[in-house]
Design a protein around this ligand. Sequence first.
Ligand code: ZN
Length: 408
Amino acid sequence: MTRVRAYRFRAYTSKTTARVLKTQLEVACKLYNTLLHAEKEEYEKNKRTMSMNELRQLALDLRKQNQEFQALHSQVAQQVADRFYEARQRFLDGLANKPKKKPHRYLSLVYPQSGWKLSDTREVGLGKNKKKRKARLYLSKIGFFTLILHREFLESQVSQVCVKLYPSSNPRFLVEESEVEEQPSKEPKNAVGVDLGLTRLATLSDGRFLENPKPLERSLERIRTIQRTLSRKRFLSKNWFKAKTRLAKQHEHVRDFRRDLFFKLGFLLAQEYDLLVLEDLDTEGLIQKGVTRTRRMRLYDSSFSELRRCLEWVFLKRGKTVLAVSAYNTSRECFLCGGINKGLTLEDRVFLCPHCGFTLDRDLNASLVLLKRAGWVPSAVPVELHPIPPLPSLGLARWGFEAGSSAF
Ligand SMILES: [Zn+2]
């Protein structure tokens, strides 16, 4: 299996080019909706769905006939068809909702093999200023962009370029590089169990934990203020758009912060361990079952599924292993004797086994149970929890124990 590695780069462009990009996104959106409509008609008439090739051909035909669609590069038009096809397949496989008309949420274009060109890679910044690498990217039918290359990649390996317009209105580029060869998995020497939670985002089976920084909850005050401002503006007016952008930026910040934190945790774990054991959580179900509104929000804010994706990515990239074990009763099972503590509630922070008297922090016990389920037993059970020492440049996240933090 060849895996694809994707990198995201910040990009800047002139106002004119940005406007062209926005127009193209609208056109792509129109094309998507036209395909959706055609597919619907075909199904009603002949009770069949169109194949990927038919959809691609249809997209190209539409582009030939319609002056407006010619604004798009031909491969980009085909890719719109691919995207629709994939959305429909996911629906047919029962994995997603029916593809819908996209009014103004079509935010990215993909250039598969051609239509783009990277050039003029250079280093800028003198003296004390940190050196930055920049490059020029040309997208056919749109124009030139300046990319900030914050990391190295092999230009010859780039398989496709995706331009995505972010709410803060800086387009970013996703460069996909196919991995040359998957690294062979080494025989794991040491393993760590990670229990995900709300008070402590992650509790490791070695006795360390990471405090949940709750990024959304922290920004909520600001978000609510902007939302109030937004509701007072005239719909679609200039000031309305201004407030809307500010709101989007705030959400973007929360998202970026979260990713950054997750990756840092991933690197920390991957440095020390070969095998990562997680519980197989049904996050969506958890959020829906969340008893109170705050709890639901905190579950959402903790983004367990994204955390898991990030950790997996970091581990797999280094040829290490990730195991997801059944989440059933992990917090109620005793690590020592395997007995079940039926009376344990969400409020109990300490696990006390009614069968053998084993006492341990609730999350630590759960992470040890995970490790045991994966077939690993640690040589020594930590008795105390220790905060993970602060990692550099973590911004507003606080690692470790916060005095007086209430148990959730
Ligand atoms: Zn026990």
